[in-house]
Design a binder for this molecule. Structure first.
Ligand SMILES: NC(=O)C1=CN([C@@H]2O[C@H](COP(=O)(O)OP(=O)(O)OC[C@H]3O[C@@H](n4cnc5c(N)ncnc54)[C@H](OP(=O)(O)O)[C@@H]3O)[C@@H](O)[C@H]2O)[C@@H](O)CC1
Ligand SMILES: Nc1ncnc2c1ncn2[C@@H]1O[C@H](COP(=O)(O)OP(=O)(O)O)[C@@H](O)[C@H]1O
Ligand SMILES: [K+]
Length: 516
């Protein structure tokens, strides 16, 4: 588990490290600069290779662009280190920020002592590398005027661009482009990954991202306790180990209420995914027309079918009596039969319910259903997990898609807290909240996963993990994380464009195999 910092949280961590703990700011700045310098050295040697035949030695030319905040201070230190190593370095300080920081002034005075010049006009030369040290986490408002012109100019140049801490113009908190932003090839970020570098559009401006430890003490991070965290491979240890003496009942019974007269695939995908994360038994409740298709795709599935409202309610009652976890929604449609089944489940089931897809559309149309079971949810006896994509969330909350995309973490958490449920807000970066202070933001996965049925697979995985004994919140986080990892494996195997929902299911086993 690792924290992601907003701009404000990172500035607080900076401040506590320096002012309360006593690590000199310049020590952090020198370590930040060293980290950036080393990465440039790894990629560009001082003397360019391949140009010896001309008889002249060609040196790598680097332009460092700064402002007078601490991001600019980092930039000056990078320029000095590279110049000391023999690179040809020019430094341009935009210099429009009214007050230079103390650390910037120190770096500037070292420049004076060494006789390195800082230009006040954008140099005309050609450069192999541009170091963007204009704004870091202190960016507060939209970029206009000379700063915008400079950033546009950098983006037009053919050089390799290295951003110090974060590409200038990206909000470290929201990932928003503040009118204009540097398009970097490499971003070397200090201490913690910034939230704005993981979400879109910010992520798309960073190029390769490296997180460098420059000596912020853990104590400073603990004192700030960032709100958002993510998982990496070590977190797969959170999966339950399978009991060697277990039987199929031990590993959980999942009821998948999915599919309708016209739709059969959703039930197949969700049920199959529930099995692949380790469920002992999966029973599909679907329309009778799907019996042969589901049975053919997944002979392991138990099945019960309905054909009208009355038999639909009987199916839902059977699921309530039989299952540990019920997933309801993929492909069920929004007709009367689907509505009756959802109502029956929400009013009667005493375990964890996962609602996805059409189940969510029904909830939007019948918001009173959200209240059923809320008291039991408040006491922790039962749980409700919802898995809306932003459009479904928009229907549920009445907020526009643009509003949700502007602050997904806040919206996800607020809804989870207000309704006492676990909300999995799906997008290119999916958030998971149970209303608690910390929100999970997923960083695995890729756009190849935007393919029909991908959400059905996720819903099946969350239901299956939860039935295996993992708490609903943890099952949601791990489900989202593993789903993304499956997407990343499928991308390597087939290429992004060729990922299908079925191919995600095939990758689940290898990801989980050494942890369960
Ligand atoms: N503390 C340390 O020693 C260490 C810090 N480190 C480094 O410091 C960075 C943070 O530095 P920082 O806090 O000084 O902010 P920074 O990003 O340089 O910019 C602030 C200046 O920009 C201005 N400004 C803002 N928006 C603007 C706009 N749209 N258009 C124009 N101006 C705008 C703003 O003006 P103001 O809003 O105050 O008027 C202020 O003057 C961090 O990312 C990391 O690289 C680490 O390496 C470790 C050591
Ligand atoms: N650009 C993207 N990057 C990473 N994951 C994505 C991206 N686009 C979609 N996804 C993931 O793919 C899944 C799509 O789910 P959903 O929209 O419900 O699809 P469907 O209803 O077709 O099954 C979600 O888990 C979502 O987070
Ligand atoms: K920067």
């Amino acid at each position: 588990m690792r924290f992601l910092a907003t701009g404000e949280e990172m500035q607080k961590i900076d401040q506590i490290s320096i002012e309360q703990i006593g690590i000199p700011g310049l020590v952090l700045m020198e370590r930040a600069a060293l980290a950036v310098t080393e990465e440039i050295e790894k990629r560009f040697s001082r003397i360019k290779t391949g140009e010896h035949d001309t008889g002249r030695t060609a040196y790598t030319r680097i332009l460092v662009v700064t402002e007078r905040g601490n991001n600019g201070g980092d930039g000056l230190a990078v320029a000095r280190m590279l110049a000391e190593k023999g690179y040809l370095v020019d430094v341009y300080c935009i210099g429009q920020v009214s007050r230079a920081t103390e650390s910037y002034k120190v770096q500037e005075s070292i420049f004076g002592q060494l006789g390195i010049k800082i230009t006040e006009d954008f140099p005309n030369g050609e450069y192999d590398v541009i170091v963007d040290a204009i704004f870091g986490v202190g960016l507060k408002r939209d970029i206009e005027g000379i700063h915008k012109e400079v950033i546009d100019h950098i983006n037009d140049m053919p050089a390799y661009v290295v951003a110090v801490d974060i590409p200038s113009g990206i909000s470290a908190t929201t990932g928003r482009v503040m009118n204009v932003a540097v398009k970097a090839d490499l971003t070397v970020t200090m201490g913690l990954m910034k939230v704005g570098m993981t979400v879109y559009p910010g992520h798309g401006y960073c190029g390769e991202i490296l997180v460098k430890d420059i000596g912020f003490p853990d104590k400073a991070v603990d004192m700030v306790m960032p709100e958002i965290f993510t998982y990496d491979e070590g977190d797969l240890n959170r999966l339950n180990k399978r009991r060697p003496d277990g039987n199929k009942g031990t590993f959980g019974k999942v009821a998948v209420i999915a599919g309708s007269q016209e739709i059969s695939g959703a039930a197949c995908l969700a049920a199959s995914a529930a099995y692949r994360v380790g469920s002992g038994m999966v029973k599909v409740y679907t329309h009778k027309d799907n019996r042969v298709i589901v049975g053919g795709y997944l002979p392991e599935a138990l099945m019960m079918t309905y054909q009208d409202e009355k038999t639909a309610v009987i199916c839902a009652e059977n699921a309530c009596a039989w299952a540990d976890v019920i997933l309801i929604g993929p492909g069920i449609g929004t007709g009367k039969e689907a509505e009756c089944m959802l109502k029956t489940v929400l009013e009667n089931f005493k375990g964890t319910i996962v609602v996805d897809a059409d189940g969510l559309n029904l909830l939007s149309a019948h918001k009173e259903l959200l209240a059923s079971g809320e008291i039991s949810r408040q006491t922790g006896n039962i749980a409700l997990v919802i898995t809306p994509h932003v459009k479904e969330m928009s229907r549920l909350t009445g907020k526009t898609v643009a509003e949700l995309k502007e602050a997904p973490v806040r919206e996800c958490r607020t809804f989870a807290e207000a309704e006492t449920l676990v909300c999995v807000l799906k997008d290119a970066r999916t958030c998971v909240s149970d209303g608690g202070v910390h929100t999970y933001m997923n960083t695995s996965g890729n756009d190849g996963m935007a393919t029909a049925g991908s959400g059905d697979v996720l819903a099946g995985m969350i239901a299956g993990l939860s039935a295996g004994g993992i708490s609903p919140t943890e099952a949601a986080r791990l489900g989202v994380y593993i789903h993304g990892l499956a997407g990343d494996r499928a991308k390597k195997r087939y290429g992004k464009a060729a990922i299908t929902a079925g191919s995600l299911i095939d990758e689940i086993g290898p990801i989980m195999s050494s942890y369960v």
